[in-house]
Design a protein around this ligand. Structure first.
Ligand code: C5P
Length: 368
């Protein structure tokens, strides 16, 4: 089996933790830049990005699932010449190919339709949020997904949470609230509008709306929690391969991802495909690539660990993206941001303490 914890030597848990943290930080920075660095008239379509993400992720998962099939895994690749390898590759229409297709369209594949719809909504909301909030504020507020994940884990997976975990969730909400207040009321002109040097008309300026951004990020936290826990439930309640589940997820995502493109209010005069890729520059491709990579890593984290480790990884990414924002976007460090972000980090650390090692507050009476 490709990508199993044992074959990677070092525990795959920690590799995926660090990878996810770096990916999360990179995604919010690159996505933010891809949205605000161009005037709205030259912006790419988020709906196209969401569709491309699913197409690429689904294709990669299909190739990995094919490589994992017994017919392919049993081939002695190392002892074969390049020509023999090329001739042995499972071509579309071969037996392993059709067997895999049969597995993908199994009677229980419909179960993936629920997380698929939720993730498409979430990936679209992410674009709205990141276009209207500074990177660091987006990252910190998005930590609220730990709260929604916990709530859905208790409700759907029947997980039990200790009082320390509930307390840390309460601190998390407070920390996010502090950051939210500072972003809503303190805004720097540099953070609010970005346009090219040639844009003099206000219409060509990207204007951020923090309220819209916070609304989108809050909704994304709900879909993230529910979709993550639902995917974990489907994955861990059956023996179906992770990559087969991922292909099913991407296939069901295609329907909601295509709808906004097909029913777009501004039909493209250049045709479907050229219209799909209109204004798709380097930054748009970078955003989609990082998203695809993140989706694959997230699936591994959910499979070999759970959504709790995922929360820890994303909280690490706050620190990374915060530091990058200071350097790249001239993000102003305000005391309330520092207090809010520190509270979020401490709460996340507290939440992730293993049972028995949780911090306790004890009062010592010295008798004096
Ligand atoms: O913010 P959150 O961690 O919930 O984001 C998860 C991301 O991973 C989403 O973009 C979702 O589309 C993606 N994902 C995936 N495959 C999975 C699980 C999640 O592509 N099996």
């Amino acid at each position: 089996d490709l990508l199993t914890p044992k074959k990677c030597g070092m525990p795959l848990k920690y590799i995926s933790l660090v990878t996810l943290a770096v990916q999360n930080a990179a995604l919010s920075i690159v996505m933010h830049h891809s949205r605000v660095s161009t005037p709205p008239s030259l912006a790419y379509s988020p709906a196209s990005a969401v569709l491309l993400n699913e197409l690429l992720k689904g294709s990669i998962s299909f190739v990995i699932a094919l490589a994992n099939t017994r017919e392919v895994a049993d081939i002695p690749w190392r002892r074969m010449s390049l020509w023999q390898i090329i001739r042995s590759l499972p071509y579309p229409g071969s037996t392993p190919f059709w067997n895999l297709c049969g597995e993908i369209f199994s009677p229980d594949c419909w179960k993936l339709s629920i997380p698929a719809i939720l993730y498409v909504v979430q990936n679209s909301l992410q674009f709205v949020a990141i276009s209207n909030l500074p990177v660091a504020s987006f990252q910190v507020t998005y930590q609220m997904k730990i709260l929604t994940t916990a709530a859905f884990s208790v409700a759907l997976l029947r997980k039990k949470l200790t009082s320390t975990k509930w307390l840390s969730l309460f601190f998390l909400a407070i920390g996010v609230g502090i950051v939210q207040i500072q972003t809503s009321f303190v805004s720097t002109p540099k953070n609010q509008s970005v346009g090219s040097a040639h844009d003099s008309a206000p219409l060509h300026i990207h204007v951020m709306s923090p309220l819209r951004g916070f609304g989108a990020v809050t909704a994304a936290c709900f879909t993230s929690g529910l979709a993550g826990v639902y995917f974990e439930m489907v994955l861990k309640n059956s023996k179906v391969d992770l990559w087969v589940r991922n292909v099913q997820l991407s296939l069901f995502s295609l329907i909601p991802a295509l709808l906004p493109i097909l029913y777009s209010s501004t039909p493209s005069s250049v045709g479907f495909f050229p219209g799909l890729f209109r204004n798709f520059g380097m930054w748009a491709w970078a955003t989609v690539s990082i998203q695809v990579f993140g989706g694959l890593v997230t699936a591994i984290v959910i499979k070999y660990s759970d959504n709790i480790l995922k929360g820890f990884a994303t909280s690490l990414s706050i620190v990374l993206s915060f530091l990058a924002s200071v350097i790249l976007f001239d993000f102003k460090i305000t005391p309330s941001f520092v207090i809010g972000a520190t509270t979020v980090l401490c709460a996340t650390w507290m939440y992730n303490q293993p049972p028995g090692k949780e911090p306790t507050v004890s009062i010592v009476f010295t008798g004096q």
